[in-house]
Design a binder for this molecule. Structure first.
Ligand code: ARG
Length: 550
């Protein structure tokens, strides 16, 4: 897309030499952009109105009308030129991040824990960023940093041996593991023997004892099988599932680096790195020899740099781990790691769920798959009412129900806490995934009815009505919108724009009759096709399917 701001800057600079013309503001009232002249008055010893009118007469900005009004120089883009410019580029073909590598650590589930609602945000924000970076030409590396190391797994083995049973585990999978874990937790509080036994098993896992490792691998397989079902429904992919356990034996490499820089201190038998006054020290190894979470993350950071040579490494993790990442990045900085400044904690707020009865909670956690099922069921009943003869109703309901949950999670700025409501997320007329999907299907149905054939030979002047032009403007800079979502790590920038496009398209659809014959019809159909293309592309970026019919 042409950068009109730069064009204005260059044109204005030539006339208003020596003045600071950089604050070119977008305007929604009298023009598209304006330059206020008030602060030039003192320097030029002329009234702002006079400066504006002299400058407006002299500035030649290509494709724009330049006028003076009340001390402002107003720039109005010529609509036809803008429409032509917009449609001279194909969507998604500029690749501003080509050659860049971005590691994205997201979802990062914990073994033997169910995939609960708390994992929704990290999974979909990370998954959307993965798509967005790829679309911009970057080499995105999706990493599921599994929580597969810790004493709790010893506890689980001991609980399984005390109270568990193979057939029940095979039948009930994670539900069984969760119950065993809860029981282990409760009983270890009163019976120290349980905790001791757990510690023994956890040592055996680390020591490579085949029986212990075998059981642990089974727990891992059960967890991943469930997680992968959810990932499939959410259109999520990963390139790596290397978890914490992979890094346990790589922590000594980190210790070596810390020692070489004289950063490793011993405190009460534990290895620590002292940090700034405002941060507690980073504990690398406990006095009993066990490595800590941050130590494994340090090892992982070096490993990722060596293996992927990333330009950025993102961690999509809830804001309650902010201190952990602050400490992690600080230690890397103290170590002089050249990539320390390329690490980003992409943080997000809390999620709560409204309108899901406690009875759907299992062991006091709300499974994400149960939330998705509830959404799909509701979507199915809405579709049955709106369009009973629709083919593949169940498939569409899955796309709409799951899409509603995902879109809702990605609609607000990520730092905001969220209260999720199924009814709101599934409102076909609200700012929702189903609304965008429905608008896409509407475009497709208009095009099908008209027998539209792809063409780019259209009369651009036929798309300059207020309603059509609003649509053109919102799809015209869509690539820039995707880019800004990437640099701000904020998929909501894409989802919000999709809703705006749909609102504008629906206004256009109601105001300008599409099937009106001749070159105007041809141009309006072309615009409809471009809207459909943009919606499908954008929905894909934020992980949603785009059913052709709804
Ligand atoms: N498994 C952790 C959790 O669920 C998140 C891991 C995030 N990634 C990382 N490299 N620390 O809390």
């Amino acid at each position: 897309m042409l950068n009109y701001k730069d064009l204005i800057y260059d044109a204005a600079k030539e006339v208003l030499q020596g003045l600071e013309v950089a604050d070119i503001a977008p305007s929604e009232t009298f023009c598209d952009y304006c330059i206020p002249c008030f602060k030039f008055a003192k320097i030029l010893r002329k009234s702002p109105a006079m400066i504006a009118s002299d400058a407006a007469a002299a500035i030649k900005a290509p494709g724009m009308k330049v006028e003076a009004l009340n001390g402002y120089i107003n720039f109005t883009i010529e609509r036809e030129a803008y429409v032509r410019e917009t449609f001279s580029h194909a969507l998604g073909t500029s690749k501003p991040l080509a050659g860049k590598t971005v590691c994205i650590d997201y979802s990062s589930v914990n073994i033997a824990k169910p995939f609960h609602i708390g994992h929704l945000m990290t999974t979909v924000i990370g998954g959307a960023l993965y798509n967005i970076y790829k679309a911009l030409g970057a080499n995105a590396v999706g990493i599921n940093h599994l929580g597969d190391h810790g004493t709790q797994f010893g506890g689980l083995i001991s609980a399984y041996r005390r109270w568990g049973d193979e057939t029940r585990l095979d039948e009930r999978g994670l539900d069984e593991l969760l119950e065993l874990y809860v029981r282990y937790h409760n009983e270890s509080e009163t019976d120290p023997a349980v905790a001791d036994e757990a510690r023994e098993w956890s040592k055996k896992i680390e020591g490579g004892d085949p029986y212990a490792v075998g059981l642990f691998e089974k727990f891992k397989a059960i967890t991943l099988e469930q997680a992968k079902k959810v990932y499939n429904r959410l259109n999520i992919e990963f390139d790596s599932y290397l978890g914490e356990s992979f890094y346990v034996d790589k922590v000594c490499g980190v210790e070596k680096k810390l020692k070489a820089k004289n950063l490793l201190k011993i405190s009460d038998g534990a290895e620590i790195v002292e940090l700034d006054n405002d941060m507690p020290p980073a504990i690398i190894r406990r006095s009993d020899g066990a490595s800590l979470y941050i130590a494994r993350d340090l090892a992982a950071a070096y490993y990722r740099k060596e293996n992927y040579d990333f330009d950025k490494c993102l961690y999509v993790v809830a804001s309650h781990q902010a201190l952990h990442f602050k400490q992690l990045f600080k230690v890397l900085e103290l170590l002089g790691a050249p990539f320390a400044a390329d690490m980003v904690h992409v943080s997000y707020g809390m999620v709560s769920v409204e309108g899901m009865a406690l009875s759907t909670r299992r062991g006091n956690v709300l499974y994400l798959s149960d939330v998705l099922d509830a959404a799909v069921e509701k979507a199915a009943s809405i579709i049955a009412e709106r369009n009973p003869s629709l083919e593949n109703r169940q498939g569409v309901a899955e796309s709409v129900g799951v899409g509603a949950v995902v879109f809702d999670a990605l609609y607000d700025g990520r730092l905001k806490d969220k209260n999720f409501s199924l009814a709101d997320a599934l409102n076909f007329d609200g700012e929702t995934g189903p609304y965008v999907q429905y608008t896409y299907a509407r475009c497709k149905s208009v095009l099908a009815k008209a027998g539209y054939k792809k063409t780019s030979d259209i009369d651009h002047s036929a798309l300059t009505s207020d309603e059509a032009y609003d649509v053109v403007k919102l799809i015209g800079d869509f690539d820039d919108v995707v880019y800004s979502a990437a640099v701000k790590y904020e998929p909501s920038i894409v989802s919000r724009r999709l809703v705006k496009i749909c609102q504008a398209f629906n206004r256009f659809y109601n105001a300008d009759r599409i099937m009106c014959g001749g070159k105007v019809e041809k141009a309006r159909l072309f615009l409809t096709a471009r809207v459909a293309e943009t919606l499908k592309y954008g929905l894909g970026l934020v992980l949603l399917d785009a059913p052709e019919k709804m």
